[in-house]
Design a protein around this ligand. Structure first.
Ligand code: ZN
Length: 375
């Protein structure tokens, strides 16, 4: 039996109690039950009041948030914190960067976008309501880079070397837990994104986990999990956003486990336009294991001991996800107990709007001010 199971089971017990009475919504989907309205900005971007979201999940509005200037919605072990940044959301201690900033309507009510509610929040809070849940028995593990494409330099090693070692260790851990694994790359050779996609898409009942190492400033630290951005989803997704919702739930489960293990919130869960993810026909995430630009973390990533901790956390996250979204699941089993983590400083953070917000005229420009992610 894998060593992480007792901790996982303990979490399950907490969660079963928390979710049993918490998330009994007034409708089966926020898409159909909420009255979406356009706000200033692109006409196809719809918003809903945060009050509607609170009421939908029967959360209680609290005054205390772990972050100054933020709002908090809670019930039992479930915690949803909004702000203080205009794109900042924290669910059960896991940071989520919103696709769209919070807005305010003419009456001053705080608004949240449909994309963020439907593709981020709902699959995380209610994995049982994800459409077309299906059993997962295989994990496609993608060790990024390889061959002449070494990725970023990470202390004495390269990103390509570390992601391969991590992928191989993850395969061992997941196979011990009864999952099949397929590695897109098994040695130090180059693979194009197209080859990675073509080799992966024929794998049935699978999820896709790509492994990378980030690089930014010397202070940045911790893991980050990326999913496809809503604009990319719109181009590639089948109606209903099946993979988008599953990917969001997977990203949350992974980031929760990784943040708990490393005691760092890292970059949390974020969106990316990564082409590889947009071509995959399965739930897919890209994990940045840490920052090569942080000397201490780079040195740790070069050690088998630290990688082993990351591998155990990733395996825990994957198992939590597969259980929570299994067709036979009858209760949500996503982690819900908040954990204390360090907060990564982000000087570019936008604040929650105090008054009626200006339209978000250039979301891409805003995203580009974030620490750049290297692949
Ligand atoms: Zn990379």
């Amino acid at each position: 039996m894998p060593s992480f199971l007792p901790k996982t089971l303990l979490l399950f017990c907490c969660m079963l109690v928390a979710f049993a009475e918490t998330l009994t919504p007034s409708g089966s989907s926020p898409e159909t039950s909420a009255a979406w309205v356009p706000a200033e900005g692109p006409p196809d971007v719809l918003y809903q009041t945060v009050e509607e979201l609170r009421s939908f999940y029967k959360l209680t509005a609290g005054t205390r948030s772990s972050r100054k200037g933020g709002y908090s919605l809670t019930h039992a072990d479930t915690s949803v914190e909004l702000g203080p940044g205009a794109r900042e959301l924290r669910i059960n201690g896991v940071d989520i960067t919103l696709a769209r900033p919070f807005m305010r309507d003419p009456d001053g009510k705080l608004l949240i976008s449909r994309e963020d509610w439907v593709y981020w929040i709902d699959p995380i809070l209610r994995p049982l309501y994800i459409a077309n849940r299906s059993a997962v028995d295989t994990v496609v593990i993608d060790a990024a880079h390889g061959g002449h494409d070494t990725g970023v330099a990470c202390a004495a090693n390269s990103e390509a070397q570390i992601t391969l070692l991590t992928a191989q260790a993850l395969r061992v851990e997941l196979e011990k837990a009864g999952l099949r694994c397929f590695l897109t790359r098994t040695d130090d050779y180059f693979l194009s994104d197209r080859q990675r996609v073509d080799n992966s898409n024929s794998t049935p009942n699978a999820i896709f986990v790509s492994l990378h190492i980030n690089s930014s400033n010397a202070a940045a630290e911790g893991p980050t999990v990326y999913v496809l951005s809503p604009s990319s989803i719109a181009q590639t997704e089948r109606p209903g956003g099946t993979f988008a919702c599953k990917s969001a739930a997977l990203a949350y489960a992974l980031q929760y486990a990784l943040s708990s293990e490393t005691r760092s919130s890292g970059g949390g869960c974020r969106h990316t336009h990564y082409n590889l993810l947009s071509s995959l026909s399965m739930p897919a995430v890209s994990i940045e294991l840490g920052y090569a630009s942080n000397a201490k973390e780079a040195a740790a990533l070069c050690t088998p001991e630290y990688r082993s901790r990351l591998v155990s956390a990733i395996a825990r996250g994957i198992l939590n996800y597969t259980r929570a979204t299994a067709p036979t699941a009858t209760m949500p089993v996503m982690p819900s107990a908040p954990k204390k983590t360090t907060v990564q400083k982000d000087a570019t953070r936008e604040k929650l709007p105090n008054t009626k917000a200006k339209p978000d005229s250039s979301p891409d420009k805003r995203r580009n001010r974030r620490p750049r992610r290297k692949r």
